[in-house]
Design a protein around this ligand. Structure first.
Ligand code: GLA
Length: 376
């Protein structure tokens, strides 16, 4: 089964856009292994838009840009596979890709076969230049069928930016992940707005098909193609914690050859990744939100939970006033149980809390705790 858990990997778009080449992809493959990202769970290396030659070949097939990829895509796939990684590529449901390259509308079956012949394991499928007469759902389903027809296991990463509420039908058409929003850019407002917009839709994620609120911007600091402003380390921590709490795909978008030690450690944080990848794949439950402050509880496997506090307000949150009261999270004062909390970021054991817990959270920051029920 593909995408039993939220897929993890790296994608070229956020940082490099059209500035991609065989050499760059080889270096990224090396970095994914040598710097321990593969060991941390990031297995897909995905080339986004701008890889193709502007015209199809004489057989009507997509072809790689010979200047960027002089040995063709099969050679790139072979190199990526030789590193123990899986190889992803990109096309689009419209007439041209977003950057204007040839695309798969009315070429679904021949293109799926080309990708399979090259050894592709993952296809991101975009939505630009889609004809007004086209049927969005039917076209995504057609590509899903075309991928199945190749006989190769190819993870289908549908990217229609939330058009026609994809959480209602992408699982049914066979997509393994589906973009639910417009493009992320590298600043606080962007990831915050994206995250808040998907809270109610996350419960449609589960093994085999996941809501995808777009790639990670951790470590970009305003550099690269979508580097509009950048974030502080605290904000990157909040961004990554949100994606892990949400149990969504983790596709890195920074230049992983040269991330800061903080960003590298964050992206490889085993406690956060374990939450993202929890086998029950449950969405977090929003207990309450007021004044841009959010409290979630997420049920994990093994009878555990995550308690997660996010402060999107620009003022520090010392007292949550509204929530953090255990009655609101299903534990009335006299139920005889408390929550034993462990700080996800520091590993600190906070002991058993009973009636309420109000951590102090910096503006734009968050706190997450693993929790288990304990008799008082
Ligand atoms: C769209 C997608 C992005 C990226 C670009 C490529 O904007 O949403 O993720 O793939 O196209 O052109």
């Amino acid at each position: 089964m593909l995408a039993k858990r939220p897929p993890m990997g790296w994608n070229s778009w956020n940082t490099f856009a059209e500035n991609i080449s065989e050499q760059l992809i080889f270096e990224m493959a090396d970095a994914m292994v040598e710097k321990g990202y593969l060991a941390a769970g990031y297995e897909y290396l995905v080339i986004d838009d701008c890889w193709a030659k502007m015209e199809r070949d004489e057989n009507g097939r997509l072809a790689a840009d010979p200047e960027k990829f002089p040995h063709g895509m099969k050679a790139v796939a072979d190199y990526v596979h030789s590193k123990g990684l899986k190889f992803g590529m990109y096309s689009c449901a419209g007439i041209r890709t977003c950057a204007g390259y040839p695309s798969s509308y009315d070429h679904e079956f021949i293109d799926a076969q080309t990708f399979a012949d090259w050894g592709v394991d993952f296809l991101k499928y975009d939505f630009c230049n889609f004809p007004a007469v086209g049927n969005c759902r039917a076209r995504y389903h057609r590509m899903s069928m075309a991928l199945k027809a190749t006989g190769r296991e190819i993870l289908f990463s549908a990217c229609n930016w939330g058009v026609e509420e994809p959480w209602k039908w992408m699982r049914a058409i066979g997509a393994h992940m589906y973009r639910s929003t417009g493009d992320i850019v590298d600043n606080y407002k962007s990831f915050k707005d994206i995250a808040i917009s998907q809270i109610d839709n996350l419960c449609m994620s589960g093994p085999g098909s996941f809501n995808d609120p777009d790639m990670l911007i951790v470590g970009m600091y305003g550099k690269g193609h979508v580097g509009f402003g950048g974030c502080s380390d605290l904000e990157y921590r909040t961004h990554f914690a949100l994606w892990c709490l949400f149990g969504v795909p983790l596709m890195m978008g920074g230049d992983i050859r040269s991330l800061t030690p903080q960003s590298e450690a964050l992206l490889k944080n085993p406690a956060l990744i374990a939450i993202d990848q929890d086998e029950e794949c449950r969405a977090p439950y929003l207990v309450d939100s007021r004044e841009d402050r959010y409290l979630f509880i997420r049920h994990l496997s093994g009878g555990e939970f995550v308690l997660a506090y996010f402060n999107f307000n620009d003022e520090p949150a010392r007292s949550w006033r509204f929530s953090g009261c255990f009655d609101d999270i299903g534990l009335p004062y006299d139920c005889g149980y408390g929550l034993h909390l462990t700080d996800v970021f520091t590993g600190e054991d906070l002991g058993v809390k009973r009636d309420a817990f109000y951590p102090s959270i910096e503006p734009h920051g968050c706190q997450m705790y693993r929790a288990r029920l304990e008799k008082i």
